[in-house]
Design a protein around this ligand. Structure first.
Ligand code: MG
Length: 389
């Protein structure tokens, strides 16, 4: 079964879902000479999509004519393509989308869901956590209560980011980048108010996760983690930028709150020091950034041998990312929860068929062959991404 074409599809649209959100997602269709088409995704934020699109256009010559059955060999062929520059980030995102599409094709060819090809099920549903709408402490608390009433049992927020945006003059977008790594006393006060309001609103049994988005220097991260510890956090995510494992170690040795990292770590190799040096309590690899279904399964198995739970990253990814990660988690014993923004559900369902089956804070996968979802190409083509389409 030979690969005959690699098609790239990008979409950008506003969805009048809960709170109203803009979405920018990028998908791949891998076509074969047996008429089977696999879908993949490489959504990532802040201009990354256009970079990965260019890389996929360059990798196309390596893929057309290849045997679509040879997932592992093609993974390594793409991974070693950029010999001098290295394959982290942009290239592993490109590889991820191809790898996901190849697993979709293999499932369709064998008439089995992807989770069956990865060892079979260890669970019948994938437990999720969600995000309350960002905003003032009162707004975050109000949306948290709404989501708990729908059956969500764990919620994550970044209580620092509105202040970061304001200070940088970048408006309401998701524009956070490390510079000096500090936060004003007023912003720390606001962050604690957000977390306190959430905890008081949802009570002691709902899990609360805090995402620092890698924005802080060591003393700031330590101070914030200690300040928020009384609110019984499940984890404090990416306390510092992802490049320095030494900084992460210093933070980890100074705080009691559990640490989660991994959405900006690429391939199993980046996770080696995390496990070896005991730098995190949870990991959150992203299936469309770290190397696809093949790599997520390998990273999860490595984590299993250290008794570290895996919790795949989601936003800003789209529904193919959600589904691909969920297929792996159906087969992984050491699973915590998968990330999902409940308020993006309508947007996810705008670009795929059938709709995601989400009930009581869980995603249910069907037993359809492959990933079990197809792109709504009419919708996607009607809402092209102006950045690169
Ligand atoms: Mg995060």
């Amino acid at each position: 079964m030979r690969i005959t074409d690699v098609k790239l599809l990008g979409t950008s649209f506003d969805c009048a879902d809960h709170g109203g959100h803009s979405h920018r997602w990028a998908f791949l269709q891998l076509e074969t000479d047996e008429g089977l088409t696999g879908v993949g995704e490489w959504s990532c934020s802040l201009g990354g999509i256009a970079l990965v699109a260019k890389t996929l256009q360059l990798l196309r010559a390596d893929l057309v004519g290849e045997d679509a059955n040879d997932i592992e060999r093609l993974w390594h062929k793409m991974y070693r393509h950029y010999f001098s520059l290295g394959p982290r980030g942009v290239v592993t995102a490109a590889i991820s989308s191809v790898d996901i599409a190849l697993w979709d094709i293999k499932g369709k060819a064998l008439n089995r869901p992807v989770y069956d090809l990865l060892g079979g099920r260890v669970r019948d549903r994938v437990l999720l956590y969600s995000h309350p709408q960002a905003g003032t402490p009162e707004e975050v608390a109000e949306d948290s209560v709404k989501q708990v009433a729908e059956g969500w049992t764990a919620l994550k927020t970044d209580p620092f980011r509105s202040e970061v945006r304001k200070r940088m003059g970048v408006g309401p977008g998701f524009e956070i980048r490390y510079m000096e790594g500090a936060l004003s006393a007023e912003a720390e006060e606001t962050a604690e108010a957000v977390v306190r309001a959430m905890r008081e609103a949802v009570g002691p049994k709902i899990e609360i996760l805090i995402d620092a988005h890698g924005n802080f220097n060591v003393p700031t991260a330590v101070r914030l983690a200690r300040r928020l510890t009384p609110y019984k956090l499940t984890w404090f995510e990416e306390p510092c930028p992802p490049e320095s494992f030494d900084a992460l170690r210093q933070i980890r040795e100074s705080v009691e709150v559990p640490i989660c990292v991994g959405e900006r770590l690429f391939t199993r190799f980046d996770f080696v020091p995390i496990f070896r040096d005991r730098l995190a309590d949870y990991i959150m690899p992203d299936v469309v950034l770290t190397g696809g279904i093949s790599e997520l399964k390998k990273i999860a198995t490595m984590a299993e041998s250290y008794y570290i739970p895996v919790s795949p990253h989601n936003p800003p990814g789209g529904p193919v990312q959600v589904t691909a990660a969920a297929h792996v988690m159906m087969t992984v014993p050491n699973f915590y929860r998968q990330e999902f923004a409940r308020n993006y559900l309508d947007a996810h369902n705008s670009v795929i068929t059938p709709a995601l089956d989400i009930r009581n804070g869980c995603l249910f996968l069907s037993n359809r062959p492959g990933l079990g979802v197809e792109l709504d190409t009419d919708f996607i083509k009607a809402h092209p991404d102006p950045d690169w389409c």
